[in-house]
Design a protein around this ligand. Structure first.
Ligand SMILES: NC(=O)c1ccc[n+]([C@@H]2O[C@H](COP(=O)([O-])OP(=O)(O)OC[C@H]3O[C@@H](n4cnc5c(N)ncnc54)[C@H](OP(=O)(O)O)[C@@H]3O)[C@@H](O)[C@H]2O)c1
Length: 345
């Protein structure tokens, strides 16, 4: 017997994004559960994966989601129950499961947590990837609460989570974030003390800030590019054995269109190198993985605090291609969520 899952997917970098279907075979192999989704998110990483996908194959886009467990592999039946409400996130570039109206999750490789009770189903589908990314990036950062800390891309969904964690978990007193003028109030609403407009002379403004207000204890990058890395030595305090320039976006510029080009391919290798050698090489690239610390400590933290989940827009599944376009526009302010439940009801 098979379960038919509705998906948002593509064949390769050059093929169109389409609504489609994928099958899940039953009984499930060890370590898998199936989740019937209320909602899922689309993220910039889906565009990046499409741009790097040279070979054909039915790929279902999507990383984070929320829904109800409908099937559990025989070896997991002590830990998971049919009917459990969960949020989750797939991690691998080439996941063993996939996201769709029925989502196949490998619990060894991916993250699955009980839905934080205060979240709506939209928020529950939107927080996992960006919360975890910010959480993990900060675990490797050096945060001195008294010194300014710089977030590149304060209006990105990862940036808003990073700012909130800096305030709520690390007690940072001076959070400075880059964003465009349209987003300044928005970024401050998540706790940033000051914003810097990145659209003109960013290097000059950062140098001026560091010489007048003090150097940054860490730079946390959710944008990518080399513009700030080039002047890091002038605006950062010396490292304390910790990596203090961390990037989750790599060397590619945020303003580059997601397209297959030499830069995408070499950029992938550069990111891999930075993730392994960043300790010796300056900017350290963080690639988020399944991590039990976030499932335990992060879930507890979410229960005990009031993290705001930034939502840009919500689309019914039948309009999922519009959701794709919104993420690809790079103008989304918050997460772009696709709802299955609204279509099913
Ligand atoms: N390493 C990992 O495991 C991992 C995990 C998750 C995400 N990521 C990466 O993290 C990055 C952020 O993802 P996201 O989903 O948070 O992005 P997002 O929410 O889609 O970011 C959109 C926002 O970016 C801002 N922006 C655009 N260009 C900018 C620039 N040059 N400087 C500062 N802000 C700029 C825009 O706001 P304004 O222009 O109005 O300021 C826009 O609202 C992506 O590159 C993504 O691939 C990596």
């Amino acid at each position: 017997m098979n379960i038919v899952s509705r998906t948002i997917g593509f064949e390769s970098s050059s093929s169109p994004v389409l609504l489609g279907e994928k099958d899940i075979s039953l009984p499930l192999a060890d370590d898998y559960v199936v989740v019937e989704l209320d909602a899922m998110s689309l993220n910039p990483v889906d565009m990046k994966i499409k741009s790097m996908r040279l070979f054909s194959g039915n790929y279902a886009a999507g990383r984070d989601f929320t829904g109800t467990i409908t099937h559990v592999a025989a070896n997991l039946q002590e830990k998971y129950n049919v009917g459990d409400k969960v949020s989750g996130c797939l991690h691998s570039m080439f996941p063993k499961g996939f996201v769709g109206s029925y989502t196949l999750v490998n619990v060894q490789a991916d993250s699955l947590v009980p839905v934080p009770s205060q979240f709506s189903s939209i928020e529950a589908a939107a927080f996992p990837l960006v919360f975890l990314t910010a959480w993990e990036m900060l675990e490797d950062a050096f945060i001195d609460p008294k010194k300014p800390v710089l977030v590149l891309g304060g209006a990105t969904a990862v940036g808003t989570m990073t700012i909130q964690l800096l305030k709520l978990k690390y007690n940072a007193e001076h959070v400075v974030a880059t964003c465009s003028p349209r987003s300044s109030d928005y970024v401050k609403s998540f706790g940033a003390d000051e914003t810097i407009d990145y659209t003109s002379d960013l290097q000059g403004k950062l140098r001026h800030y560091a010489s007048s207000q003090g150097k940054f204890c860490s730079i946390l990058d959710a944008v990518g590019g080399r513009e700030v890395a080039c002047i890091a030595g002038h605006i950062l305090h010396g490292s304390d054995g910790k990596f203090n320039f961390l990037s989750v976006a790599g060397d590619g510029s945020k303003s580059e269109k997601y397209a297959l080009n030499l830069g995408t391919v070499t950029g992938g290798f550069t990111m891999l190198g930075r993730s392994m050698l960043g300790r010796f090489w300056g900017v350290r690239y963080k690639l988020v993985r399944a991590n039990n610390s976030w499932m335990d400590e992060g879930s507890k933290f979410l229960r005990d605090t009031t993290i705001k989940v930034p939502i840009d827009s919500v689309y019914p599944y039948e309009d999922a291609l519009k959701a794709w376009d919104k993420v690809e526009s790079m103008r989304a302010r918050g997460k772009v969520v696709v709802e299955f439940k609204a279509v099913d009801e």
